[in-house]
Ligand binder design. Structure first.
Ligand code: NAD
Ligand code: AKB
Length: 317
């Protein structure tokens, strides 16, 4: 029986991944932790604790006390926020990962780790269209540098200490359960809230900025599929490319207009435009499909349908 620790359970991914993992492994076997309170459904359905991943001593006690066998480490400072406090973001993103990798090396019961990488490992010198798994990685953001270094550390711990750590380079993730956490792709979440609330949105990226994105349900399914795959199927020990769908703010606004005809979008690019310009426009994820059977179900239409339904439900409309 697996006993799973999720760190960063209150966040955009954690708040949905915990529920999916509890359905699979039983409520009592999935331990949700974060620096802050988690949504009510997560707190009430199973174990929850306030836990700081930077506090390595409390972390190791928690893991041993609860006989944890798998860890999903989701705590990080995302791209937009990281540019505001680069050294602090570097410290949190790197030290938290090193705490987890070192713990997995020392604690025998811990058999598997998930740590998310990002399309942010790529930079302005990377081929931007259909970006291959193995290509130039020269990120120009502190977040991207921390994700690239993190991938190198994951591969190092796998090769040197046989730590089974698995990773996906997520594209921008789109969901409605909790707010997005301070990234560059957040516009594709905010736009739905504003469309429903006020019928207009002022976008911080320019109209033709194409980025790879994915609906959360697809991301959660992919993550669990990767983690459930037999060890011998996992051939990439840094981070797997996962592509999803690719669109621009203008294309997304057009799609929203098919549901809300009076929806209006304006554009006022800020510092996040330079980050977006340095990232790929679309991703080649053939290797994830071949190695462990990556599948995605939502195109821009299906994603927009579910997002508008979900956000409207949140506002009781
Ligand atoms: P988020 O910001 O929504 O959630 C992160 C959570 O970690 C927050 O609830 C925060 O309170 C918690 N946290 C921060 N510091 C902590 C600490 N010291 N100890 C314990 N918890 C702490 O982020 P997210 O969008 O859910 O992203 C999760 C992971 O996935 C991150 O590593 C991120 O880089 C990666 N990722 C996310 C996306 C995306 O679009 N959401 C895309 C690519 C990669
Ligand atoms: C961000 O924009 O920082 C994240 C990511 C793609 O890593 N959503």
């Amino acid at each position: 029986m697996e006993r799973i620790l999720v760190i960063g359970a209150a966040g955009q991914i954690g708040s949905e991944l915990v529920t999916a993992l509890r359905t699979l492994h039983g409520n009592e076997n999935v331990f949700a932790t974060d620096l802050r309170e988690v949504p009510k459904d997560i707190k009430e359905a199973g174990p929850f604790a306030i836990l700081d991943v930077m506090d390595d001593k409390r972390l190791i006690h928690y893991v041993i006390r609860h006989k944890i066998t798998q860890i999903y480490h989701l705590a990080a400072v995302l791209s937009g926020n990281a540019e505001k406090l680069p050294l602090q973001a570097w410290h949190i993103n790197m030290q938290s990962l090193l705490n987890i990798l070192d713990l997995a090396k020392e604690v025998e019961d811990v058999k598997k780790i998930f740590w998310p990488s990002s399309i942010a490992v790529f930079g302005p010198t990377t081929p931007q269209k259909n970006t291959p798994q193995l290509t130039i990685t020269e990120p120009s953001t502190v977040y991207g540098i921390s994700k690239l270094a993190g991938e190198r550390w994951c591969e190092y711990f796998y090769k040197r200490y046989n730590v089974d750590v698995r990773s996906i380079r997520y594209p921008g993730l789109i969901s409605y359960k909790t707010e997005a956490g301070g990234g560059t792709t957040d516009y594709a979440v905010e736009i739905f809230y504003e469309a429903v609330k006020s019928g207009k949105y002022n976008c911080f990226l320019s109209e033709n900025t194409a980025l790879p994105m994915m609906f959360m349900e697809d991301a959660v399914n992919a993550t669990i599929k990767l983690m459930e795959s037999p060890k011998e199927k996992i051939l990439v020990h840094s981070g797997y490319n996962v592509g999803g769908i690719s669109f621009t703010p203008k294309q997304l606004a057009e799609e929203i207009k098919t549901h809300i005809p009076n929806f209006k979008i304006s554009y006022q690019p800020d510092f996040r435009q330079a980050i977006a310009d340095s990232w790929p426009q679309s991703i080649d994820d053939t290797q994830a499909q071949t190695d462990w059977g990556l599948e995605t179900k939502h195109d821009i239409k299906a994603m927009t349908n579910k997002m508008l339904q979900g956000v409207k439900q949140k506002f009781n409309q």
